[in-house]
Design a protein around this ligand. Structure first.
Ligand SMILES: NC(=O)c1ccc[n+]([C@@H]2O[C@H](COP(=O)([O-])OP(=O)(O)OC[C@H]3O[C@@H](n4cnc5c(N)ncnc54)[C@H](O)[C@@H]3O)[C@@H](O)[C@H]2O)c1
Length: 411
């Protein structure tokens, strides 16, 4: 398969992070909201994840937060009506119209990957704060990923990216422990994602006889993806196809890779290589069910990310340093010294476990205070860039390099 990024060639693509644009645009952030001002949420994409968020938002509201789902948007009318029935919210089939709704202060983006970047940019330009599901963009959208960073910087919107593992305090506690020298200089880290069975094949086909029309906007679903004949599997089970998804790299690794970046305080890798393929599933699936990445950082740190969807035996997250090893055991962070290092075993209880409710509350609090949320854009940008490199490395069977000087991927 000939794989190209969304436009032009990948080589020597220049990344600029929008700082000049911030100054030039002169956009003034909306005034800070008070603790009791209701925040109206518009949900874009009312499939599986959108429904999970609706459930969480009900819990958040029950916990006393002034928040209301005021609008919902979906390209498949039965799901739109279902979400409207659960919320009483206004309905839209085009997200651009939802963004014009003054009752929407912030949006949740829970559409397939290839829509995230465009909807995030448009939401910021419409003055909305954004909770955007991972991945930040589609694996092929290298240039769009950069444009997202620029647009958010210019708009000064609050953006929480959907890596809810970052709601746990474990990673900042571990980062502090490493910075204090508990394991010496970190040199090696591992993480993974292991599952028996993939969500792709199991995504429900609501109606096997569904057809494009007024109740199912196929062209809108496609967006910038290649124009193809409608097929219920592509529409309902889009995770299996390269046009809309990136397989384990961009679908699953954000959850375990972003915490590693936070702990190690590193940004872009120098090189990424990858292996994997369809070793369990046949049939319609295009994306791999087995995927591994090796990432080397200019700081002299090597990171290993492993995944198979054929076996759920986990690979624990571990950071190895020259003087000790940092591991997670139950509710604790443990530091074990290397032989010959005279330092006691260190056990640090994790103060705040992962929580979707707390993750939403953090986003809402930041909408009010304009502070940076727990899963900020810069981390998602760094993570997505490396994970995109991993998909290109697999496709091209090459080591993909990253030039920090140019902020560009080099194939
Ligand atoms: N953070 C997590 O743990 C987590 C878990 C699951 C899914 N996700 C992410 O959430 C996103 C959605 O995944 P899902 O499992 O809910 O998929 P899904 O197919 O169940 O839901 C996506 C919905 O978006 C709709 N849609 C497509 N294009 C649209 C558009 N332009 N405007 C409005 N609606 C549109 C689809 O019709 C569908 O109903 C994915 O990007 C996925 O990575 C994150």
């Amino acid at each position: 398969m000939g794989v190209q990024p969304e436009s032009g060639t990948l080589s020597r693509r220049t990344f600029t992070t929008g700082l000049a644009a911030v100054a030039a645009a002169g956009i003034i952030p909306r005034s800070t909201r008070g603790a009791n001002d209701r925040i109206g949420i518009g949900i874009i994409g009312c499939g599986g994840r959108g429904r999970d968020h609706l459930h969480t938002l009900n819990q958040v509201k029950a916990a006393g937060e002034a928040v209301e789902v005021t609008a919902v948007c979906e390209v498949y009318r039965p799901r739109l009506q279902d979400a409207a029935g659960k919320t009483g919210a206004k309905t839209y089939m085009h997200y651009q119209e939802l963004l014009q709704d003054p009752a929407v202060d912030a949006v949740l983006i829970a559409t397939p990957d290839h829509w995230h970047g465009y909807q995030l940019i448009d939401a910021c330009e419409a003055g909305k704060d954004v909770y955007c599901e991972k991945p930040l963009t589609h694996w092929r959208q290298v240039e769009l990923t950069r444009r997202v960073v620029q647009a958010v910087n210019v708009s000064q919107r609050v953006v929480q990216t959907g890596t809810q593992t970052l709601s746990s305090s474990a990673w900042t506690q571990a980062a502090r422990t490493i910075q204090e020298g508990a394991i010496g200089r970190p040199v090696h880290a591992q993480a993974g994602y292991f599952r028996n069975g993939d969500w792709g094949e199991r995504m429900p086909i609501d109606d096997p006889n569904a057809k494009p029309g007024n109740d199912l906007l196929w062209d809108t679903f496609l967006g910038d993806a290649p124009k193809r004949e409608f097929n219920v599997s592509r529409f309902f089970q889009w995770r299996m196809y390269w046009d809309y998804a990136g397989g384990p790299s961009t679908d699953l690794f954000p959850h375990t890779y972003a915490p590693l970046l936070r702990m190690l305080n590193i940004s872009f890798p120098a090189t990424v290589s990858a292996s994997g393929g369809k070793f369990r599933y046949n049939g319609e699936r295009e994306v791999p069910d087995t995927f591994n990445m090796l990432l080397d950082f200019p700081e002299g740190i090597s990171v290993v990310l492993l995944c198979t969807l054929a076996n759920d035996h986990p690979l624990p997250t571990v950071v190895r340093g020259e003087e000790g090893t940092l591991l997670f055991e139950g509710e604790n962070i443990i530091v074990k010294p290397q032989p010959g290092v005279d330092r006691p075993l260190k056990v640090d209880p994790i103060h705040r476990p992962e929580s979707m409710v707390e993750f939403w509350r953090n986003f809402l609090a930041c909408c009010r205070t304009r502070e940076t949320p727990w899963s900020p854009l810069d981390l998602a940008y760094q993570a997505q860039t490396a994970l995109q490199m991993g998909v290109f490395a697999l496709h091209e069977k090459k080591v993909v390099r990253f030039s920090r000087e140019k902020e560009a991927l080099l194939l």
